[in-house]
Design a protein around this ligand. Structure first.
Ligand code: MG
Length: 369
């Protein structure tokens, strides 16, 4: 099964309600969909969103990186030589992690199709059912409480609450949500780099003293501020999770050496795909550190790969934040995964099981420009 061509499409999916964090507001998912074709007529699917403020990747940069740097390294390679293929992807150019992720997802889809098994089985197997949290966007307090109560009533047992705007209001947001749902749901906070280290310690001490038990707090400080992250981790009881601060395995090794965080959020768009995400899970496992499997605002094409990895590495990936298909107004993908609110189930079909993507806009007309 040799790679013959890589083609592109654009997929746009409206969200039920706008997604708001300390960094940005988004009202639709927009993914570059990557289709890797082979000489036996199969297609592997991958995808990536633009996350300019997190990874630096834009739709244009994703397409250019694949078309002019990654694709020329892959045409003619055999999917069975998966390590050679992923090595070619990772070494085609530096950074551009979302472009690499999109292609790695597609070639892993093909690799599992080649052996006729769902991807998670080839990654080590496991129980093909996982439970995700749901994101509560940063908003006024009453709206956040109402959305939290609604999510709990729909069966979500973990809420990921976006904060990081104004420290005083953030504390009130969390106290109000805690008062409304704490006996029925675990609370995770994501500050998206919105606090300073001292603000984070202050806020968490206030919450801890008030009896607000949080499962974890994600990325309280700026991505580059590993010292600040360590400062917070050393001073609070609440577990601290690194997200934007760590992309690949080398950064994870440095984070662990510094003891800068207690938990690592793995996202394929940061790691450059599955090969490095597997390395991170294995490094974390060796060090007794738990991981979350997360995603960007991306379609169920790429989230599918994250689901397969989370199942296969469930011993170390103990937390799942793959709620985007639940946040979308519709799922345009006829695929191998059933996203049903908190419960995500993988069907017993080869690869990622993607049969069709509805509403895909072709981008191949621009080829050669
Ligand atoms: Mg985050």
């Amino acid at each position: 099964m040799k790679i013959t061509d890589i083609r592109f499409g654009m997929l746009r999916i409206p969200l039920k309600t706008p997604f708001k964090t300390a960094l940005r507001t988004v009202d639709q998912v927009e993914d570059v969909i990557v289709m890797v074709h082979t000489d036996d007529g199969r297609i592997g699917y991958g995808g990536a969103p633009a996350t300019a403020v997190i990874t630096g990747d834009t739709h244009g940069s994703i397409i250019e990186a694949i078309r002019h740097y990654i694709a020329p390294k892959l045409i003619g390679l055999d999917i069975a030589d998966l390590n050679r293929v992923t090595h070619g992807i990772q070494n085609a150019l530096v950074r551009n992690t979302s472009a690499k992720a999109a292609v790695e997802i597609a070639v892993h889809d093909l690799w599992a199709q080649l052996y006729g098994a769902p991807l998670y089985r080839l990654l080590g197997g496991g129980d093909p059912v996982i439970t995700t949290d749901i994101t509560i966007s940063v908003d006024d307090i009453d709206t956040m409480v109402a959305k939290s109560v609604s999510a709990v009533e729909r069966g979500f047992a973990s809420l990921k609450i976006k904060v990081g705007k104004d420290i005083g209001v953030d504390i009130e947001r969390v106290r109000a949500i805690h008062a409304a749902v704490h006996s029925r749901a675990l609370l995770r906070l994501d500050a998206n780099q919105g606090w300073t280290a001292k603000q984070a310690v202050y806020a968490l001490h206030v919450l801890e003293d008030a009896g607000v038990h949080l499962e974890l707090v994600e990325q309280p400080v700026k991505a580059r501020d590993l010292e600040g992250l360590r400062y917070v981790t050393e001073r609070v009881h609440t577990p601290i999770m690194a997200d934007e601060s760590v992309f690949g395995p080398l950064e994870v090794l440095e984070l662990i050496r510094m003891r800068a965080a207690d938990i690592i959020n793995i996202k394929l768009m940061k790691t450059g795909g599955l090969s490095n995400a597997i390395r991170i899970a294995d490094i974390a496992s060796l060090h007794g550190i738990e991981c979350m499997m997360g995603c960007m605002l991306e379609s169920s094409v790429s989230v599918a790969a994250a689901v397969h990895l989370a199942v296969a590495k469930a011993d170390v990936i103990t937390k799942v934040d793959l709620d985007v298909p639940s946040l979308c107004a519709l799922d345009p993908v006829d695929g191998g995964i059933d996203f049903n609110e908190a419960k995500i189930t993988i069907r017993d079909v080869p690869g990622l099981g993607i049969r069709a993507i509805h509403g895909l806009e072709p981008l191949d007309l621009k080829q050669g420009t």
